[in-house]
Design a protein around this ligand. Structure first.
Ligand code: NAI
Ligand code: CS2
Length: 492
């Protein structure tokens, strides 16, 4: 399919592709899955007699995906780039893909109900789980309202998974494991909660069957995979020798920690570097707070400074220094004592990864969906840190609070400039701003999806956010960052 790929520099597996069996159906056939779980599965297949095939399903995308992917034989190329080297990898584990918008829900359910399907994995973004801020199924979510009224024609991922499990139960087929690979702490437990809450509302017997037959492993996933743009496409085309509509560019680093709780078998991912663990939460929190929390800091503060890409933020000495302090002094202090990891070393590795100029990761991409991302990356850490010396009510973690003020400016600027805020809570946030035009900071502090009760009941926290907000407003982002750095030196 890719005739011009130089065979010497191409990394590829060699198992018999015609032996692939579709035992994994992946919902959310986006960039990350194709550059992470698909790579591990493809590599693990080298040691399997019955290699694991993956079939991809998209819920909310339209287009002739099945036909286009089949036209390139369900193959794709990934360019894995460090700051000094690049490797081309051919990924051979896919058996096909579909957009539900084109093929219809019945086709997707038929796929999920093939008897041999053992795992349904997910990368559907944080909002795809339809959870309330308290971690229960959000029954006011539009998709869930639709699905509860039409359980046999669902449109949410939770509704589709439950409908498939219902059909499998009716046909006496085994259940499957539902493996979330999204950036959510306890992602398996939260998926289980959403599915069980939903199932209980349509059929209590089904909820019991799912509880005893399905499993919901949690995972910590890590690899920076920016959305492809035309420049990336052209680079890929040069490297491959022909157009690859599904090809991607990622960093060279990858990591996967998986809770070993699969009800119906799994690939030997540990044979190719994944770590199987009993408790994934400490790793999830480490990555979510140190990596993703810093990413969100750079997304909002970097964007306010005018930077388009993360590596450009790392070329700014002040931003780089504050990012390292955020990781080491604030986020690392908030983590579980159970972690047997050199967190300072981890922080330096993250800075090196963020500095990779070969990865064009847009601050705007990371800034999306802030209302979903800030609670686990920022709010949870702040509340934990108040109980951990040297922090206290009188001395709260300031870089995290500055980040929140930066997010508020980002949201406010989009509103002011009438630009689209990409966030599932955009309407609510804009309504709060329009109701209090004179005081955007006070308006956004009313947004309960981010500022929960414990946060709002602590006046030191709200005062700090307000002060930082005003500092940015009155003196500009650069001067506000310098004042923050000064404040941090003083409070040492
Ligand atoms: P993408 O934009 O390429 O794909 C997003 C996928 O989510 C699409 O398949 C889309 O159809 C689906 N989706 C969006 N909203 C949905 C909803 N409400 N219900 C069901 N499906 C929905 O994004 P990408 O890069 O694949 O990232 C997806 C997720 O993967 C992230 O949100 C994150 O949780 C996780 N992730 C991404 C990493 C990255 O570097 N790109 C790294 C680590 C985790
Ligand atoms: C990023 C993540 O978009 C975001 O919010 O923080 O996608 C990040 O690139 C990955 O989690 C890295 O593993």
């Amino acid at each position: 399919m890719f005739p011009n790929i130089d065979p010497i520099s191409l990394e590829q597996t060699h198992y018999a592709r015609d032996a692939l069996v579709t035992k994994i159906v992946h919902i959310g056939f986006g960039a990350f899955h194709r550059a992470h779980q698909a790579v591990y599965t493809d590599l693990a297949n080298e040691n399997e007699d019955r290699p694991w095939g993956i079939y991809g399903i998209n819920l909310f995308r339209a287009g002739a995906l099945t036909e286009q992917f089949a036209a390139q034989d369900n193959l794709m190329v990934l360019l894995e780039k460090s700051s000094t080297s690049m490797q081309k990898r051919l990924i051979r584990t896919f058996t096909g893909a579909m957009n539900i918008q084109d093929k219809g829900i019945d086709a997707a359910l038929a796929k999920l109900c093939e008897p041999q399907v053992a795992i349904v994995s997910l990368t559907i973004t944080e909002k795809g789980y339809c959870l309330s801020p308290e971690g229960q199924l959000d029954t006011t979510n539009k998709l869930i309202i639709n699905d509860l009224a039409n359980p046999h024609h669902p449109i949410s991922a939770i509704g589709i998974i439950t409908a498939a499990l219902q059909e499998r139960k009716a046909k006496n087929l085994p259940a499957f494991s539902v493996m979330s690979c999204d950036n959510i702490p306890e992602n398996g437990h939260k998926t289980r909660q959403a599915v069980l809450d939903y199932a209980a509302l349509i059929d209590s017997e089904l909820a019991k069957w799912i509880e005893s037959n399905a499993s919901f492993p949690s995972t910590m996933v890590d690899r920076i995979v920016p959305a492809m743009d035309e420049t990336g496409q052209r680079e890929l085309e040069l490297a491959v020798g022909s157009r690859d509509e599904f090809g991607l560019i990622s960093e060279a680093f990858k990591q996967w920690v998986i809770e070993d709780s699969f009800c119906n078998g799994r690939p030997q991912w540990e044979s190719v570097g994944a770590v199987m663990a009993n408790n994934v939460l400490p790793y999830e929190e480490m990555k979510l707070r140190m990596l993703n929390g810093s990413h969100s800091f750079l997304a909002y503060i970097g964007a306010l400074c005018g930077y388009q890409y993360i590596y450009q933020c790392m070329e700014d000495p002040l931003l780089k220094a504050l990012t390292l302090q955020l990781m080491v002094n604030e986020q690392a202090t908030s983590l579980s004592a159970e972690l047997d990891t050199d967190l300072v070393g981890y922080a330096h590795t993250l800075i090196t990864r963020f500095s990779n100029p070969n990865i064009q990761h847009q601050t705007a991409q990371i800034a999306m969906d802030g209302s979903q991302k800030l609670p686990p990356r920022v709010i949870d850490s702040i509340l934990t840190l108040l109980q951990r010396p040297p922090y206290s009510d009188a001395n709260p973690p300031k870089i995290l609070l500055f980040l929140l003020a930066g997010w508020m400016h980002f949201v406010q600027q989009k509103y002011r400039d009438q630009e689209t805020l990409v966030d599932p809570a955009a309407d609510q946030l804009n309504a709060l701003l329009s109701a209090n035009l004179d005081n955007p900071c006070a308006a956004l502090l009313q947004f309960k999806g981010v500022f929960n009760k414990p946060f709002l009941s602590n006046s030191t926290l709200t005062e700090h956010v307000t002060r930082f907000y005003q500092d940015i407003e009155q003196h500009g982002i650069r001067a506000a960052l310098e004042s923050l750095a000064f404040l941090l030196r003083k409070s040492k």
